[in-house]
Design a protein around this ligand. Structure first.
Ligand SMILES: [Zn+2]
Length: 122
């Protein structure tokens, strides 16, 4: 039984490392916990906490930069009132925090997806 548990330990360790490469940090942390690698799990969780806010902002800036370079604009429909929100190279990321018509707070993930669709098609 020692052998098989060692094999599953190695399999889980490889899986955790694969999750890290794929930047699936929460999955990686959970997998590290299964094999008792608490230190690694904790380090990943610290990274998740510190990066969530800044990463979203940086990526949004990058996307707006891409729109500017390509001379494109993307339209995002407010999920609440359906007002079209136009994002182009001169849009400030701060203006994209919430709907200027109804005040609904936007999901930056959804917004970035909408912009990525436009950028990705060109
Ligand atoms: Zn709205």
């Amino acid at each position: 039984m020692v052998l098989s548990s060692e094999a599953s330990y190695i399999a889980l360790k490889i899986q955790a490392e694969t999750f890290v490469v794929a930047e699936r940090r929460e999955d990686a942390a959970t997998t590290y916990e299964k094999i008792g690698m608490w230190k690694e799990a904790g380090e990943l969780r610290r990274k998740i906490r510190s990066q969530v806010v800044t990463q979203v902002h940086v990526n949004m800036n990058d996307l707006i930069d891409q729109l500017r370079q390509m001379g494109l604009s993307a339209t995002y429909a407010c999920p609440s009132c359906r007002s079209p929100i136009t994002v182009n190279g001169s849009t400030s990321p701060d203006k994209l925090a919430k709907c200027q018509f109804c005040g609904t707070v936007f999901s930056s993930t959804d917004l970035m997806e909408a912009i990525t669709r436009v950028v990705g098609h060109h």
